[in-house]
Design a protein around this ligand. Structure first.
Ligand code: SAM
Length: 299
């Protein structure tokens, strides 16, 4: 990769895209990061977790890939755009076996299988400047995919990062801010303005770090079902929201009595419950049919 084609600078990206006769695709959420300090921050966050391997989602022309490789990380990069995947293979040849590029949809792919096929070794990180049109499903892979990641470092819309990192009791708390805590502790590291990207997106961004924790003592599907049921009517008190859940076994009074046994007032709202309270509650309840599961509202 010639210095002038460094994909971490505006000039470098322009030259690379021109050389490969490509233009940023709005449809694929292609807003390339051109702030070298943010690249260093993200690579440093991977180093700090001691992760030798990184699964990179949406590498594009390879700015972050290059920073990770320069920090002696080994990278498995999953890019949907065939043109960019081939550009990246070509431009990172000098890094040999340290980089593998897979042209695939990262939402539909099985991350754990990909990691196994690439012989990735723990501890490993998942990183990416995520395409905004598909942020929700990609973040949900953190708890839906079997990959044993140690730290995730994602650039995403600031608004979405704030919702994911919201603490219980905060207005922005929701299904995703509870579910993410089943797998890790989310922290916003910094905000990144629109001007740090080419072409600039419509909204500001933020870097979110998620550090893996041991899963609490309840099956994930059971927890998810009841969290979704609680947030389905998030403005209502918990006793009413739960009595409206599909197939609910109790009326409001019944729910009051049940919740009381677990130290939770039926007059509280779903957004106020801590992970410990959700776990206690879900563990006391049956797993309902998944066809009637209320849906997440991350997006
Ligand atoms: N990592 C580069 C950077 O920081 O400049 C590019 C980030 S850009 C915001 C998002 C990248 O994700 C684009 O390269 C886009 O083609 C890719 N992408 C979009 N949808 C994808 C998907 N479903 N799976 C994998 N990559 C995807």
């Amino acid at each position: 990769m010639a210095e002038t084609d460094d994909p971490r600078t505006l000039e470098g990206i322009r030259q690379l895209l021109a050389r490969y006769r490509m233009r940023p695709s709005h449809r694929l959420g292609q807003h390339f990061l051109i702030d070298t300090k943010v690249y260093e921050t993200i690579a440093g966050l991977v180093d700090a977790a001691g992760c030798a391997w990184a699964l990179e989602i949406g590498p594009g022309p390879g700015g972050l890939t290059r920073s990770l490789l320069e920090h002696q990380r080994r990278v498995l990069a999953v890019e949907l755009d065939p043109g960019l995947a081939s550009l990246l293979r070509q431009e990172t040849k000098a890094f040999g076996a340290h980089i593998q590029v897979v042209q695939q949809d990262a939402v539909a792919s099985d991350w754990q299988r990909l990691a196994e096929a690439a012989s990735m070794q723990a501890p490993l990180a998942v990183v990416g400047n995520l395409p905004y049109y598909v942020t929700g499903p990609l973040v949900a892979k953190l708890w839906e995919d079997a990959l044993a990641w140690k730290r995730a470092v994602f650039m995403l819309q600031k608004e979405v990062a704030e919702r994911l990192a919201a603490e219980p009791g905060q207005r922005k708390a929701g299904v995703a801010s509870v579910l993410i805590r089943y797998v890790g502790v989310p922290t916003i590291v910094c905000s990144v303005g629109k001007g740090a990207f080419y072409p600039p997106p419509e909204v500001d961004s933020a870097v979110l770090v998620v550090d893996r924790v041991q899963a609490p003592p309840v099956e994930f599907s059971r927890l998810r079902w009841w969290v979704r049921a609680g947030f389905q009517h998030r403005r209502k008190m918990l006793r009413q929201a739960l009595s409206l859940a599909p197939g609910s076994q109790w009326d409001k009074e019944g729910w009051d009595r049940h919740l009381e046994q677990y130290g939770i007032s039926g007059q509280r709202r779903a957004e106020s419950l801590t992970m410990q309270e959700w776990v206690r509650l879900a563990a006391s309840l049956p797993l309902e049919g998944s066809e009637t599961t209320p849906q997440d509202r991350l997006k």
